[in-house]
Design a binder for this molecule. Structure first.
Ligand code: FE2
Ligand code: FE2
Length: 439
């Protein structure tokens, strides 16, 4: 049975889209409004229709509207952005109501937007709105607390890795338990809030490039493993392997240009040797250290016999490693923006990189990954903070308004739901912005 609320949501989403694409006099615009009126009238035949927003999900009465219902996420985001908690439709809902409602749901959200007044001004009488409470001081504190905890987790992973690296060089049977535990925490948080963990990859410390690189490769690898549907145990093993993939480099002086060539050709073998001596049952970290530069087209190091197939984790880490190196190369002038790096990974799918994993990796990060700085069609500039209602339209945290003035308030916009577009990707260096401070 179709939910009566579902058809109204579909019609509302279509009417918003039509209002964005066509002038009010256009037949498609008018047809979409007529369809909305019919959907509401049909639904009213069942029971008084009310749509409610609760914790980001839409409900019809107490029935949850499936998130994959076309248009539902966009409508939920449009409600949230305008602080709408509920919409109740009264009998007699007509064209004036539909027109006014769609217009108001397309107004740019702002602190001063008064939805009730805007509906009244448009002659809407058959719709009653309930408004969400403003974000309280407590909510803001909660968000800041969570952010601080995530940053502490990243720092802890860096510290654990630093200690582990020195123990691996000094003790013949060093255990990997502390690092494994820290990775397990990251895996848990990634399941809860992938965007928050992907944002951590921007917290890199320039005083220890190798550690930051390793932690970031672990974050990206686990994100890929999650997209692949690996169970938690597999993700933990993959994350630990990724964290330690370059451990062999610690046996060299990475700042000595004379050693660069040996590091490139030998660190896989050296790392595998170090990990073969560690006190750890799982052989994946050792294998990944050994194989992560064996590329899909047969190139790379160490040399291997024809037909040798690297472990799936090694092929996954190779992709995360490539992406990390593209976005954070040794010479920062050559850094690609995240969207360019995703495209480059896709270009190398099937040659240097495993084709299936490379596509999955790009899909999991999105066309505009977390941390990508973008200019929107309203001329404001912000940083992508998570996936949005549409693939090409993520949620962006505004950093600068259309006049170029820095935005102080916490202003997140789902650009798909707000009918905005990404006009260009901006190099944060050109604006002297540190992405880590914006996420
Ligand atoms: Fe490496
Ligand atoms: Fe690496």
């Amino acid at each position: 049975m179709t939910l009566p609320g579902a058809s109204v949501i579909g019609a509302l989403a279509t009417a918003r889209k039509a209002a964005q694409l066509y002038p009010p006099t256009h037949p498609a615009h008018r047809a979409a409004l007529d369809a909305l009126v019919s959907a509401v009238r049909d639904a009213d035949g069942h029971a008084p229709l009310a749509l409610n927003l609760h914790q980001g999900r839409l409900y019809h009465g107490s029935t949850v509207i499936p998130e994959d219902l076309p248009g539902s996420q966009g409508i939920a985001n449009a409600f949230e952005a305008r602080h709408i908690e509920s919409l109740a439709f009264s009998p007699g809902f007509g064209l004036t109501d539909a027109t006014g409602l769609v217009e108001v749901l397309s107004l740019r959200p702002s602190q001063t937007l008064d939805v009730t007044q805007e509906l009244t001004d448009r002659g809407v009488t058959a719709v009653t709105v309930g408004l969400l409470e403003d974000e309280t001081e407590e909510d803001r504190k909660d968000r800041d607390r969570r952010r601080a905890l995530d940053r502490a987790l990243y720092q802890q992973l860096l510290r654990t890795l630093r200690v582990l690296v020195s123990r691996l060089t000094e003790e013949p049977r060093a255990g990997l338990g502390a690092a494994a535990a820290a990775v397990t925490e990251i895996v848990g948080r990634l399941a809860e809030d992938p965007s928050a963990i992907l944002a951590l990859a921007w917290m890199r410390e320039s005083d220890n490039e190798l550690l930051s690189h390793s932690v970031n490769v672990a974050v990206y690898s686990v994100n890929l493993g999650r997209a692949l549907g690996l169970p938690d145990e597999g993700l933990a093993s993959l994350g630990l392997s990724a964290l330690l993939h370059d451990v062999g480099k610690t046996a060299f002086d990475i700042h000595d240009p004379a050693q660069a060539e040996s590091i490139a050709s030998l660190h896989s073998q050296v790392g595998a040797d170090m990990l073969s001596r560690a006190d750890h049952d799982d052989s994946a970290p050792m294998l990944v250290a050994y194989e992560h530069h064996m590329y899909a087209d047969g190139s790379g190091v160490p040399p291997r016999a024809e037909g040798y197939i690297a472990h799936p984790f090694s092929r996954m880490v190779a992709i995360a490693d490539r992406y990390e190196n593209l976005t954070n190369p040794h010479e920062s002038d050559h850094a690609l923006t995240p969207d360019q790096a995703v495209m480059q990974v896709l270009r190398e799918a099937g040659t240097r990189l495993d084709p299936l994993f490379a596509r999955l990796f790009s899909g999991a990060l999105g066309v505009f990954p977390v941390g990508c700085m973008v200019r929107l069609s309203d001329d404001s500039v912000g940083v992508v903070c998570r996936a949005g209602s549409e693939m090409f339209a993520p949620v962006v945290r505004r950093s600068y308004d259309a006049r170029g003035i820095e935005v102080d308030e916490y202003d997140e916009v789902d650009i798909g739901a707000e009918c905005l577009d990404i006009i260009e990707v901006v190099d944060p260096n050109s604006l002297n912005v540190r992405i880590a401070e914006k996420l």
